[in-house]
Write a protein that binds this ligand. Structure first.
Ligand SMILES: Nc1ncnc2c1ncn2[C@@H]1O[C@H](COP(=O)(O)OP(=O)(O)OP(=O)(O)O)[C@@H](O)[C@H]1O
Ligand SMILES: [Mg+2]
Length: 426
């Protein structure tokens, strides 16, 4: 350090501190390198400096050169290291500093002589930047005249090259940390997806086993020749009920798999939401009568952009939930209406019941396949696929499905869809 004056040594230390600060705050590598380059240019009057970085293909790329002409930087971008590759390419090739005190007569500059003259370059000396003993780039100082660097200049370049090495090493370590973090996140996501998948398969086989067992039981019974006609009929009804249940689970699972794979054919067209709601009321009337529940249709007719069949499927799922989980003498309301959401026109279809409601702590499990939240499958009969399938189908139609529930008050499901242009203003 003896070749530097006290002031210069302080300036180097100051610059070192500010680079450390920049690195600590996560500044971009190019900004840090530009800061280093500018600082050296201030200490070596009339000089222009640059940092080139080796890329994965082993060629030198622009790192920082705030005062060199852009055309010159562009011309040497992609420089391949070699024995006659100017100061920088040769420095990488030889693994040591290369001083070209007069580029016009220096053989290593022969291929770049015209470029040097054009951009007013008389001398250039370049040192390899190392990170963990590996060469990662070069630090170059250009002079307009032929010039041999003195001891002071060499010391300054040594210091600043070292500073650039620290910046590049730090950046590499930060990138590596980030890549490790991203890989860890990806691993966790894959693990969760894997777990969800095996959970799904376990639940599916469990759900199928119960009706299959009852079919086996009834078939065994039918093999007994002395079964009374009544018992025979019971067994046949039982088989047909269990088969229908299996079929509906298989249908729902296939729909869910298709919609989650983005392979569900969805034919979007303007659909009268109130018409679909009215059809739902008609289709669920036998269930509503059996439950002693009234289903009413209110609101304003709205045309939505939807797949009619899939919208019908969603509404049937929601209304049958409302009916199966509510007590008798309550009312289930379907309301269709135009609305504004986040400043845009939308259409809403609400399904509101006066059932027991869902405890807040169970809401997060609502859209988990096969999770019935502890509901008795024997009485209510579902497999726990209706809500997740309805949500995915609605999303596949470009809409959203939200559920609100208050224990003791009831459950409110809101479907949001795009309105068709024919829809009246809210
Ligand atoms: N309107 C509602 N009121 C109270 N609880 C509900 C309501 N809708 C759904 N739930 C609860 O959420 C669970 C999941 O509903 P989902 O529709 O997904 O399945 P499911 O109705 O049990 O079976 P599936 O719809 O496959 O026939 C239900 O088992 C029930 O516990
Ligand atoms: Mg359901």
């Amino acid at each position: 350090m003896t070749v530097l004056s006290g002031d210069e040594a302080t300036a180097v230390l100051d610059r070192q501190t500010s680079v450390m600060e920049q690195l600590a705050t996560g500044a971009a590598l190019t900004d840090v390198l530009e800061g280093i380059v500018v600082a050296l240019e201030e200490l070596i009057a009339g000089s222009r400096c640059s940092v080139l970085l080796l890329d994965a293909d082993g060629v030198l790329r622009h790192g920082a050169a705030p005062t060199l002409p852009r055309a010159y930087s562009d011309a040497i971008d992609g420089l391949e290291p070699g024995p006659l590759a100017g100061s920088c390419g040769t420095a990488v090739h030889l693994g040591r500093q290369v001083v070209a005190s007069d580029v016009v007569s220096d053989p290593r500059w022969a291929p770049f002589r015209d470029l040097a003259v054009e951009h007013d370059i008389g001398a250039c000396w370049s040192s390899p930047i190392r990170s963990q003993a590996k060469i990662v780039g070069t630090f170059a100082v250009y002079d307009r005249q032929p010039h041999e660097p003195d001891a002071r200049e060499r010391e300054l370049v040594r210091r600043f090259t070292h500073l650039a090495s620290i910046a590049v090493t730090h950046d590499g370590a930060a990138n590596e940390r980030e890549a490790r973090h991203a890989a860890e996140l990806a691993r966790q996501t894959a693990e969760r997806a894997n777990h969800a998948k095996s959970q799904f398969v376990t639940s599916l086989s469990h759900e199928l086993r119960t009706p299959l067992q009852s079919i086996t039981g009834f078939t065994e019974g039918l093999k007994t020749l002395d079964l009374s006609p009544d018992r025979r009929q019971q067994a046949l009804d039982g088989i047909s009920h269990a088969s229908a249940h299996i079929l509906s689970i298989v249908d729902d699972v296939l729909d869910l798999a298709r919609v989650e794979a983005g392979a569900m054919p969805i034919a979007l067209e303007p659909v009268g939401a109130a018409d679909v709601a009215a059809a739902t009321v008609a289709l669920t009337r036998p269930l509503a009568d059996a439950c002693g529940i009234t289903v009413e249709l209110v609101g304003r007719p709205v045309d939505v952009i939807a797949d009619r069949r899939r919208l019908q499927q969603v509404l049937l799922n929601l209304v049958s939930n409302a009916l199966r989980f509510s007590t008798s003498d309550t009312v289930v309301t379907i309301r269709t209406e135009p609305a504004i959401r986040h400043g845009s026109r939308v259409a809403h279809v609400h399904v509101i019941d006066q059932g027991p409601g869902i405890p807040e702590e169970l809401l997060a499990r609502l859209f988990v396949p096969f999770d019935r939240l502890g509901a008795d499958a024997g009485r209510e009969g579902g497999a726990g696929l209706g809500l997740v399938l309805s949500k995915r189908l609605t999303e596949a139609m470009g809409g959203a499905l939200d559920l609100d529930s208050t224990v003791g008050v009831g459950t409110h499901v809101r479907i949001t869809l795009q309105p068709s242009p024919r829809t009246p203003k809210p």
